[in-house]
Ligand binder design. Sequence first.
Ligand code: FAD
Length: 499
Amino acid sequence: MTQKIVIVGGGTAGWLAALILGDAKARPAGHPAPDITVIESSKIGTIGVGEGTTAIFRQMLQHFGIDERAFLAATGATIKYGIRHRDWRRIGHHYDGPIDDVEAVAGQGIDLYALAADKPLADAHLFQHLMNRSRAPVAARNHREVPAGPYHHAYHFDQSLAGAFLKSQAPGVTLIDDQVQSVNRDALSGDITSLGLESGQEVTGDIYLDCTGFRRALIGPLGANWVSYGDILPVNRAMPFWVDLNPDEEIDPFTLAWAQQNGWMWRIPTQGRYGCGYVYSDAHTSPDAAQAEIETALGHAIEPRNDIRIDAGRLDNAWLHNCIAVGLSSSFLEPLEATSIHGTIVQLMWLARWLSDAKGRDLHNAAVARQVDDFRDFIRIHYVSERRDSAFWCDVAATHPQSVQDRLAHWAQKLPDRSDFNDFPGDLPHVQEQLYRPVLDGLGLLNRQQAKQVLARDPKRRAALRKAHGQLTKDYKRAAGQCLPHRAWLNSLQQDQAL
Ligand SMILES: Cc1cc2nc3c(=O)[nH]c(=O)nc-3n(C[C@H](O)[C@H](O)[C@H](O)COP(=O)(O)OP(=O)(O)OC[C@H]3O[C@@H](n4cnc5c(N)ncnc54)[C@H](O)[C@@H]3O)c2cc1C
């Protein structure tokens, strides 16, 4: 029987849901296409931030056969190879987290060798060299563009343009522009039976997706419980703002995460501007003082676009009765490492399989809890800093959770590897050793002495890894040097689409 799915919310989460749940390839074989209705309200805006993705976004575009070039041109997006973390370990220090998983392609041991040889882990990463030189992910050869390497990059985009693009790619969806005012439920089961809209219309479905962002317009009335991470994650307020990007300026293909006295600032370049924001602890500073602090750091005035309060955490059960919360309604931590849209895509891929599974609800709830808890621990580790220059950093240093301390004690003995992480449902991309290593290395938390000892016991392996590491570093440096300048390549895509 055809399943009727009602999605409420037309932000990034709502349109990703329409796209992924409507996809024939994502659902189990033999299952008919669902009937999808999206209810979005043009009277209620989307969150208006959320501009950095992970590599999963590109994999998704490819899966749907969406032309990356058309996407970049339509959304003003730019390429992201990773994150530059400035002033996190100490003021004046920076480290990069390139997101290409080199060991998955070149074999295990490359990071171990770099560590033992006192080299930055990022040296043997193609994306590090592309970041350093602000290059596009392609080189031009014989009038053709060839990819720089086998890795998926990520994007920076304008959230509203990306939402509109996703909407244009979700065919066969019934669209209603209206506002949900009442959630009607079966007295016995508690399931949602229909939604009452402002216009008086009533909409029925089998499954309801709550993609209404922080409003939680569906799952809230069902009595969902929020698991707060407020005692673990130190920032709880965000002040987004924009900064002009000079049309002649080269565009950094990375997110800048710049630690400040009371939190950190993000800077994300799109083709037309920088989307920025200060995420801070309001227990340590006020909005006015935060604005003054960031203006001093930048050397110019800013115009805050919003004042967003963040209650970091997740629902204890994202799927309650016949309602599933996806996107900000389900969880949010903070912008560091762009976990939110990534997490949403993974959750929707699970749902495409589990919506028609009798055990689907339990599987989904356990998987989402595991996913978001893992994001929380990964984000918290970024705050293990040598900084003590403000009450914020002193308080953070005094309150590292036991789970973080245990992990650090474990990784002080050995380099993180896959055996430190339990299998992840569906084998989908997740925070594991490949993401932890550059952060731990950048913060000076890896044990170089231990890596030296491991390789000293196996000189043959050390020699092979030295050769592989040297070759990769040389090849990737050269490949990056041959790639087109980032800005010029993005401009050429705009021109191509205009023809
Ligand atoms: C400060 C900040 C920075 C962030 N940075 C990043 C980042 O760099 N990378 C990343 O991956 N994520 C980031 N995020 C998260 C990201 O913004 C969200 O994951 C993403 O935009 C999805 O939002 P959403 O669709 O869940 O909610 P929203 O964008 O809030 O959309 C909600 C939708 O629901 C509709 N709606 C609400 N109530 C009703 C109703 N009663 N009836 C009908 N419709 C209704 C609204 O009209 C809207 O269409 C950030 C978030 C914040 C707060």
